[in-house]
Ligand binder design. Structure first.
Ligand code: NAD
Ligand code: TYD
Length: 359
């Protein structure tokens, strides 16, 4: 039985990945989920897996070397899938320090602990041990309309404190690969959307606000472009890279689903109208009149776009879920999880929202 140490498994992508892995492998794997449960971590995301005998949750901070080494000593870990991070650009603009602490220093702790657990006396590593560092396309900086795409060979040119911290952690992973022949991969993925996404990010924020008839804040001219990927496709890509990818390689994940923010908002509003049943009072609230242009994000990257050629050619992965389908699945999930939304938007979220949007 392969043992996975998943960091940040109570967050958006990490929890979707854990669900995906149990759907795919069932009792053939064991998952140790290590998460310190920041505002973005929520054990409700793991309902349905928490009673499994092959699932363990450990509340620990990836910056805590002793705690992380203890986990490696206790479990014979075969795979590390490292999601844990501070992940929101707007928060990084307001408070960069925690991004460096978690994303850079936390990644260093993970690398050192895995290296210590896996290295052999001859300076090599135990067979079939692998570390996958989950990163973002934002490390490549920003494209203009008409530019081509981000490739694995594109220069690393981050602009926000978030993307700079992720780029730094990527560099550390690469340094371990180059220096120690550490068995790792790096994946750089485009913007994800889907179930369990925290409503500080564009898509769940718009769905949640629209259903309540609240303003829909659009930064700048609304024409910034992101390349959107349904989260299950990301989970699948991570598993395939780890099992079929060449060790030491970086793989871009994403795929030609570029949309302007304002287009995304229009699609969400139209889809909500289509999906809400006649007579539902929320139908009257959902309207383009809610769209409100607000001050632009500082240093706002104009366009991200991934060329997934390498992962497609070497591994055979390509995104399966088209946006029209993915957004319906996402909206349906939010319809069915009103309690989840109520829980995550109580308390601290209200404070964040009021400060961020002066609302
Ligand atoms: P998220 O913010 O939803 O979840 C992050 C998780 O990490 C939370 O459960 C949080 O509690 C945990 N965490 C934070 N600091 C920790 C610490 N010090 N110790 C232990 N756990 C800690 O993030 P997400 O959107 O699921 O992103 C996961 C990863 O994927 C990140 O590394 C992010 O950079 C990367 N990524 C995200 C996207 C996206 O669109 N969301 C796209 C590409 C890559
Ligand atoms: P976000 O979901 O924060 O992801 P990222 O910044 O990592 O790409 O934002 C996606 C895009 O939507 C980005 O161009 C900023 C924009 N945006 C808004 O216009 N309004 C909002 O309220 C938010 C949260 C984002």
């Amino acid at each position: 039985m392969r043992t996975y140490l998943v960091t940040g498994g109570a967050g958006f992508i990490g929890s979707n990945y854990i669900h995906y892995m149990f759907r795919k492998y069932g009792d053939e794997i064991r998952v140790i989920n290590v998460d310190c449960l920041t505002y973005a971590g929520n054990l409700e995301n793991l309902k349905g897996v928490e009673d499994r005998e092959n699932y363990v949750f450990v509340k620990a901070d990836i910056r805590d070397r002793e705690a992380i080494e203890k986990i490696f000593a206790e479990y014979d870990v075969d795979r590390v899938v490292h999601f844990a991070a501070e992940s929101h650009v707007d928060r990084s603009i307001r408070n960069p320090e925690i991004f460096v602490e978690t994303n850079v220093l936390g990644t260093l702790v993970m690398l050192n602990a895995a290296k210590k657990a896996w290295e052999t006396q001859d300076g090599g590593f135990l067979p079939d041990k692998k570390f996958l560092h989950v990163s973002t396309d934002e490390v490549y900086g920003s494209l203009e309309e008409g530019d081509t795409y981000f490739y694995e060979t594109s220069p690393i040119d981050p602009h926000s404190p978030y993307s700079a911290s992720k780029a730094s952690s990527d560099m550390l992973v690469k340094a371990y690969i180059d220096t120690y022949k550490f068995p790792a991969n790096i994946t750089n993925c485009s913007n994800n959307y889907g179930p369990y996404q925290f409503p500080e990010k564009l898509i769940p924020l718009i769905i949640n606000n629209a259903l309540q008839g609240k303003k829909l804040p659009v930064y700048g001219d609304g024409k910034n472009v992101r390349d959107w990927l349904y989260v299950d496709d990301h989970a699948k890509a991570i598993d395939l890279v780890q099992e079929k990818g060449r060790l030491g390689e970086r793989y871009n994940i994403g795929g030609h689903n570029e949309k302007q923010n304002i287009e995304i908002i229009h699609i969400i509003l139209d889809t909500l109208q289509e999906m809400l049943p006649e007579g539902d009072p929320r139908k009257a609230l959902v309207s383009r009149d809610l769209i409100t242009y607000v001050e632009d994000r500082k240093g706002h990257d104009r366009r991200y776009a991934i060329a997934p050629d390498k992962i497609k050619e070497e591994i055979g992965w390509y995104p399966k879920t088209m946006f029209q389908e993915g957004i319906r699945l996402t909206i349906q999930w939010f319809f069915e999880h009103e309690e989840w939304m109520k829980h995550v938007t109580s308390g601290d979220y209200q404070k964040y929202y009021a400060e961020m949007y002066q609302a």
